[in-house]
Design a protein around this ligand. Structure first.
Ligand code: ADP
Length: 491
């Protein structure tokens, strides 16, 4: 039950089940009571009718009993009772039966015995009224009425009926409920699911919209504010306000980075020129020269860092437009390939550059594309121990139909990247081994791949990596032939 929709449906169904059960039980109890009441009234009426008939017959006939053994009611008197549908018994004053009607005769012996014992259990005079016949099957209600005015032989009448004879009995009601209630519950569960879904739809939509805002660069988006003016509308307004504030903070941060990097550039250039001049100045002692050399190296790295920061900050601000021009990528690759070969040689690596035999024309910003390739190539050289190899390949998308793109592949046989690190390598300032000093054997600040990714995406392309620790890495940049159309704005 992980969705609110599921929980709403569940609790709705539980609440409805409880309501139906309470209502059903109350209805059942009420129905049972009132049907017994109706039955009692009927029995009492019939008993009263029998008593009057007996009294009137006695007034006319003066005796109602035939003198046989055991004594029986006279046939003429009894005939009138045969029409009674319920069970009817006439007793003498000692509680012996004088007459039983036809429905009684059709009962089994045990049931007749139980009926015959009624006046004995409740002496006629004291036992006027209705009650449930104790014990045995079928369950019965009876009315016992003492008869005073029908001579010394006649003592009481009993009219009884099965409880199941009640027109729409409680048992029927229970049966109907057992059949109908599950149907009602299933139907209401489905309805509940549907209604909860409808109620949650705006929330789902809102969630989808918020999910679209994945990072600092999509903060310009706003969610749609429902016109309902309800809690969701307020939530949407609150979210939009939050996005605005976040967007403002992000933009201030970008501004600051861009401004700071920009401001650092001039003094850095001045510093570098100064050091370079001092280096060629005649008569500088060798230990000063050495120290100046180290400083220059550091300065160059600082300069690179500031350049990278400025590039990314401008890209974030949408102020790094691409100068797109149709160019033969082969020339570019061969050009970077030469640098790669030189670098590889310096590091004791083998290198290979492979380009197709025909022109591969793509709309690119040649300068950025060169930067992208150089980043990948320097990384390949940097992270491959001596004796390994570095390859730079230019390929056209082989699949027919999809043949609308080109691939730039930089492959090395170096140290590789652990699977857990792969999702992070394009993050800014991320390095697999941050403990390694920036000036050590593998210097860097962790911005190269972030810039590379931005350049690929700004051209409408993408970058992917496949790597195995100890076996090497392969970076593939896929570019559409048409070029990115200057989508550099939002990086
Ligand atoms: P830098 O190289 O300056 O550290 P990058 O953004 O170029 O920063 O790369 C980020 C991290 O990705 C590197 O620190 C390194 O751990 C890993 N990496 C990049 N290229 C390779 C490669 N060819 N082989 C192994 N690891 C690499």
């Amino acid at each position: 039950m992980r969705t609110i929709r599921g929980r709403l449906t569940f609790w709705y169904t539980v609440a409805l089940t409880a309501t139906v059960l309470v209502f059903g039980t109350a209805l059942y109890l009420e129905r049972r009571q009132s049907s017994v009441r109706e039955l009692d009234q009927r029995l009492a009426l019939e008993a009263d009718f029998a008593r009057r008939w007996l009294n009137e017959s006695f007034n006319v006939l003066t005796t109602l009993v035939r003198p046989n053994d055991p004594q029986e009611l006279q046939q003429g008197v009894a005939a009138n009772f045969e029409g009674v549908r319920d069970l009817l018994l006439v007793f003498d004053r000692q509680g012996k039966t004088l007459y039983i009607n036809d429905p009684v005769r059709q009962l089994n012996f045990a049931a007749i015995e139980r009926l015959a014992a009624i006046p004995g259990a409740a002496p006629a005079r004291a036992g006027e009224g209705t009650a449930t016949l104790a014990g045995g099957e079928p369950p019965m209600r009876y009315a016992l009425l003492p008869v005073d005015g029908a001579g010394p032989e006649v003592g009481a009448v009993v009219v009884a009926a099965r409880l199941s004879a009640v027109a729409f009995g409680p048992a029927d009601l229970l049966q109907s409920m057992v059949l109908v209630v599950p149907l009602i519950l299933v139907a209401s569960g489905v309805l509940g699911w549907f209604l909860a879904g409808r109620a949650m739809r705006p929330v789902d939509q809102l969630m989808d919209e918020v999910q679209e805002v994945t990072d600092g660069r999509s903060l310009h988006r706003r969610v749609l504010v429902p016109t309902s003016g309800d809690e969701l509308a307020r939530l949407a307004v609150t979210l939009n306000e939050m996005f605005s504030r976040l967007e403002q903070s992000f933009s201030q941060l970008r501004r600051f980075t861009a401004d700071a990097s920009h401001e650092l550039k001039t003094p850095l250039t001045v510093l570098r020129t100064g050091i370079e001049r001092s280096l060629v100045h005649p008569g500088t002692p060798p230990e000063v020269l050495e120290s100046l050399d180290t400083t220059l190296e550091q300065l160059n790295q600082l300069n690179e860092l500031v350049d990278s920061l400025l590039t990314l900050a401008r890209a974030d601000e949408g102020r790094a437009p691409l100068a797109l021009e149709v160019a033969d990528l082969r020339a570019l690759v061969v050009d970077v390939g030469e640098t790669a070969e030189m670098l590889a040689e310096q590091h004791g690596l083998e290198s290979r550059v492979v380009v197709p035999g025909h022109p591969v024309e793509v709309r690119v910003d040649a300068h950025r594309m060169q930067q992208l390739l150089l980043n990948l190539v320097t990384n390949a050289v940097k992270y491959t121990p001596a004796g390994g190899s570095v390859e730079l390949l230019l390929e056209e998308e082989p699949e027919a139909g999809e043949g609308d793109g080109v691939r730039l592949i930089v492959r090395d046989s170096g140290i590789g990247i652990a699977a857990v690190d792969v999702p992070h390598i394009f993050d800014r300032f991320w390095r697999a081994d941050p403990a390694r000093s920036r000036t050590g054997d593998r210097p860097g600040v962790g911005l190269g791949l972030a810039i590379t990714k931005w350049i690929a995406e700004a051209h409408g392309g993408s970058i992917a990596v496949r790597s195995r620790p100890g076996r090497g890495s392969s970076f593939t940049v896929t570019l559409p032939r048409a070029g990115g159309g200057g989508v550099a704005d939002r990086g």
